[in-house]
Design a protein around this ligand. Structure first.
Ligand code: ADP
Ligand code: ZN
Length: 753
């Protein structure tokens, strides 16, 4: 399709600026400039890569010419530009940075490779063609073709080269199929420097290579069918409709997603599925692969930059009907989007913490609105704010109040651990584990701290070992014989004398999963025990291996951190013990009760999903706290009401809109002074604008120092969004901090630590 040639274009650059820039297009480049391509532009004395947003009317003043066009085809569509603009406006972040965040980083590497699996499947060889950063692809093609020609490469060699240039990512086996005896021509191409052959170890995609058995759709029960039919109706109508699918654990939410997506595909539309941490939920991916023969792209953190880029291109080219991925998949370049599913919508991992602090759960709704798609937020424990929106009718409510096939929710007891005097297990929990072992049932034990001991202290002078870079204590990891900071990479060899008093009696206090594992093995010597936390799963495939063992029944007791709370469906688990439920309650954050309720409910939800009923024992030192009582009673509604009353009284969401201004730096005094100046500046702007927005602080952040940076914060609570935004814009204009400080603005912070 011929396009109108652009004279003057609007360009976003990835710099901390609020505005976009205009450039003129020289005659020679007019045929290749389109909205969505990258261009090289002069910027001051530099050259920058910018993103073309579209053409624009002539502006006064002289414009500079763009230097070069970097892409042959657009990387993003005009519809996506609307989403990027929305994000830049909402999160107060430069548009160019937003676009850079949304695009896969592999785009800059511009490499094409083909992969050969080694004989034992453990290594792969890549034949690698690199065009180099910033070199235009066409120019490279020409050069390559020219070199091939002058080197007398014709016939098979030329065809292979052309094929590689056009297709990239081709497996060696495929080349062998396509070309008779490709080895000799490849060797020649390598000698000419047109193809680089490298051998290196490449991560294997744990999902792609797994053989999945195909599954047939289950017939839905009445609640599922009711939810499905309402979703299907709106998918067909092609209007934006947001839903909350509120289903208790084991109520079959995933089955509703699968049916809704099958319906969407039948309508010729595509589906996007967001899930908090894909590596932790191999079952979900397996179910999708088993159910759909259409193209599925899985974007997960285990992909290399190149693999991610390959997946991105498959999606961009329209070869994929379903995309499953974590947070950043909300930017997946799918056209004809019919449905977006946000599984476990309450999870805070949807929030990006570095750079553009977007929340993928919120962006799913924004994208759904822009693309007239149906958005299904699913959870057993929805965010208070989501449930509130459903109560007010802004989101349609779809309840799944019962577990499938009449299975009951687990019977639950809360035990007060104040009488235990530091012992790990109450006698009731020991009895329950013993009985469960005898019955052949599996037990999950949850403790939200990893490591062996959570702090170490000199018994003579009381000195506590802390991280020099972060305001936290060091955690002892026995297997590694060191003390680690869980916020940065600092670690210390186990010291034999106290640095303060030279005493040698250093005690290990507190309990992490590593110590818990020890205690369990001692108490239940015959049991097969495993541990799942980020220490035991840091090796690739670690999660899947442990979950597989659980599934096969070769684990009796699985100990773990919140990783074991995720949406796993293991019918053999009949007992769940929450060793200490209140650790999250003591976190100084307005959402600590909500987090505790969610976490405890999710862990409880792992019990009794199969034919045998489940049992849950919760231990805690605050057994009367409403978050624990309501979770134990499976009473979301009751929790919601109590929590909502607290939010209203304290003026937290949904009764206010929050933003956090954080001032950080490596020297303590200037940070404190900077924070005071920033707060003063905010208050002056507020007065100028005659607003009621509350400004709290400045105060040192609860995590006052992280990775060597001191942090102070100012919390803003506003009655409406537009007020908050106007205030922050005014602040940003006025605020001129010292250059050694960093100012970040977090819109809708998910915690205030
Ligand atoms: P949730 O995501 O709500 O916790 P799942 O979707 O994982 O629940 O479903 C729990 C289990 O119930 C799964 O093993 C699933 O195969 C099964 N299931 C779901 N829907 C049905 C149904 N209509 N009939 C029978 N089994 C079902
Ligand atoms: Zn640290």
């Amino acid at each position: 399709m011929p396009h109108t040639r652009y004279q003057i274009i609007e360009v976003a650059v990835p710099l901390p600026v609020d505005r976009t820039f205009h450039y003129s297009v020289p005659e020679a480049l007019k045929s290749s400039v389109l909205a969505g391509v990258r261009v090289l532009v002069p910027f001051g004395r530099r050259k920058l890569t910018g993103y073309v947003l579209g053409s624009t009317a002539a502006t006064a003043g002289e414009l500079k010419d763009i230097i070069e066009v970097l892409d042959a085809e657009p990387l993003f569509t005009t519809r996506e530009i609307a989403l990027f603009r929305w994000i830049a406006g909402y999160y107060l972040f430069p548009l160019g940075e937003v676009i850079k965040t949304a695009l896969p980083s592999g785009i800059n590497i511009e490499s094409r490779r083909k992969t050969v699996t080694g004989a034992d499947g453990s290594w792969t060889t890549e034949e690698h063609l690199t065009t180099g950063k910033g070199i235009r692809r066409e120019r490279f093609y020409q050069a390559a073709a020219g070199a091939a020609d002058s080197a007398g490469i014709r016939g098979a060699g030329a065809r292979i080269l052309l094929y590689l240039l056009e297709n990239g990512g081709t497996a060696r086996s495929k080349l062998n199929e396509l070309f008779p005896n490709p080895s000799a021509p490849l060797k020649r191409l390598e000698e000419l420097g047109l193809v680089t052959i490298e051998e290196r170890e490449v991560y294997r995609d744990p999902f792609r290579e797994e053989a999945v058995s195909s599954e047939t759709a289950l017939s839905l029960n009445d609640h599922q069918a009711a939810a499905f039919s309402r979703i299907a109706e709106t998918v067909s109508s092609g209007e934006f409709s947001p839903f909350l699918l509120h289903g208790v654990t084991g109520s079959g939410k995933t089955e509703v997603y699968l049916h809704a997506i099958a319906h969407t595909l039948k309508q010729g539309k595509r589906a996007l599925v967001l899930t908090p941490e894909i590596a932790l939920t191999p079952q979900l991916v397996r179910r999708f692969r088993g159910r759909f023969s259409e193209g599925i792209a899985v974007l997960h953190s285990g992909l290399s930059v190149g693999e991610r880029y390959d997946e991105w291109r498959r999606i961009r080219r329209g070869e994929v009907a379903i995309v499953i991925g974590a947070r950043s998949a909300v930017f997946a370049p799918l056209d004809d989007l019919g449905i977006i599913v946000v599984d476990e919508e309450h999870e805070s991992s949807y929030k990006q913490s570095e750079g553009v602090s977007y929340n993928a759960r919120d962006l799913a709704l924004v994208r759904g609105k822009l693309e007239k798609a149906t958005v299904v937020l699913g959870s057993a424990t929805p965010l208070i704010t989501t449930f509130h929106a459903a109560q007010e009718g802004r989101i349609q409510y779809l309840p799944l109040p019962e577990r499938v096939q009449g299975r009951s929710l687990p019977e639950t007891r809360i035990l007060d651990t104040r009488q235990l005097k530091g012992a790990t297990f109450s006698p009731e929990l020991v009895t329950a584990i013993t009985e469960n072992l005898a019955k052949g049932g599996q037990t999950l034990l949850f403790l939200n701290r990893r490591g062996f001991a959570t702090f170490l202290q000199c018994k003579d002078c009381g000195h506590v070992y802390r991280c020099p870079n972060c305001s936290v204590t060091l955690t002892h990891h026995r297997a590694k014989q060191r003390h680690f900071c869980h916020y940065c990479d600092y670690s210390l060899l186990a010291p034999s004398v106290c640095p303060e008093c030279s005493g040698s009696d250093i005690g290990l206090f507190g309990r992490g999963t590593e110590r818990l594992e020890d205690e369990v093995m001692e108490l239940f010597p015959g049991a097969r025990v495993a541990r799942m936390d980020s220490d035991t799963t840091s090796r690739r495939g670690g999660h899947s291996r442990i979950l597989k063992q659980l599934e096969e029944g070769s684990i009796d007791i699985l100990i773990g951190t919140q990783m074991i709370a995720k949406g796993h469906d293991y019918p053999g688990v009949t007992l769940v013990g929450i060793v200490s439920a209140d650790a999250t309650l003591n976190i100084p954050d307005f959402r600590s009760a909500e987090r505790t309720f969610q976490l405890v409910s999710q862990v409880m939800g792992r019990a009794g999903r199969g034919e045998s009923p489940g049992k849950v024992i919760i231990q805690g030192i605050a057994p009367d706290h409403y978050a624990l009582l309501r979770a134990a009673a499976h009473d979301y509604q009751g929790f919601y009401e109590e929590e909502l009353a607290f939010r209203e009284e304290a003026g937290y969401p949904p009764f206010s809109y929050l933003a956090m201004v954080v001032i950080s730096g490596t020297a303590e005094k200037p940070v404190e002074k900077g924070a005071q100046d920033a707060a003063r500046c905010l208050r002056e702007e507020r007065q100028g604008l005659k607003m009621r927005t509350e400004i709290l602080g400045p105060a040192p952040a609860p995590l006052a120092k992280v990775r060597g940076r001191f942090r102070w914060q100012i919390l803003l609570k506003a009655h409406n969004r537009s007020e908050l935004k106007r205030l922050l814009l005014a602040f940003r204009k006025e605020w001129t901090p010292s250059r050694i400080l960093r100012t970040t603005i977090d819109i809708d912070p998910v915690d205030t630590l």
